[in-house]
Design a protein around this ligand. Structure first.
Ligand SMILES: [Zn+2]
Length: 182
């Protein structure tokens, strides 16, 4: 908690500092239902949910497993499982047909391999870019303050400020937050 240090931080809209708090602090205060924070800013129970939604921190969408691991490894795991099932399901009858399945599967994979790998690499690049953007957005998120008088969100480092309803757009777009210390 950094409550005491931020009383000096003035809201650029109303120039008051008694209701300003780091977005991060109010977010976690509300998530944890911290009574000190709730009482200090006289937050009503029906305000909590919309406020949390507005200042939600940036998240990364979870990808399905086959987009995270390289195709060779993924197919290797599948072949391994198929072979294991073939062995477990008994070798006495139809063993040849059962072994034929993973072989056909592998052949098909080798035909598609180049295409699947190219897709995987493209996806990975896109993912790395998204991770980078999410990191930047997270840095931005944790540098913002909010004034609860007028729901103005503002940067602790620069002159940027905007109404809370622009919050989600703003943390993903490149407004300048310079990191020079005061
Ligand atoms: Zn204000």
């Amino acid at each position: 908690m950094t409550l005491p240090t931020q009383f000096q931080i003035k809201c650029p809209t109303c120039s008051r500092s008694d209701q300003t708090i780091l977005v991060e602090d109010i977010y976690f205060g509300l998530i944890e239902k911290d009574q000190k924070v709730i009482a200090r800013f006289s937050i009503q129970p029906d305000q909590i949910k919309p406020l949390l939604r507005d200042i939600n921190p940036p998240t990364l969408e979870r990808l399905p497993i086959w987009l995270i691991i390289p195709p060779d490894i993924f197919i290797g795991i599948i072949i391994g499982i198929i072979l294991l099932l073939v062995v477990i399901s008994g070798m006495q009858q139809g063993f040849d047909q059962k072994v034929a399945f993973p072989i056909v599967f592998l052949l098909v994979y080798f035909i598609l391999r180049r295409y699947l790998n190219a897709k995987y690499i493209a996806k990975k690049k896109e993912r790395d870019k998204e991770i980078n953007q999410a990191k930047k957005a997270a840095d931005r998120w944790s540098s913002l303050f909010i004034c609860l008088h007028d729901m103005t969100v503002f940067s602790g480092h620069s002159d940027n400020y905007f109404p809370i309803n622009e919050f989600q757009n703003r943390i993903y777009t490149d407004f300048h937050v310079d990191s020079t210390s005061d």
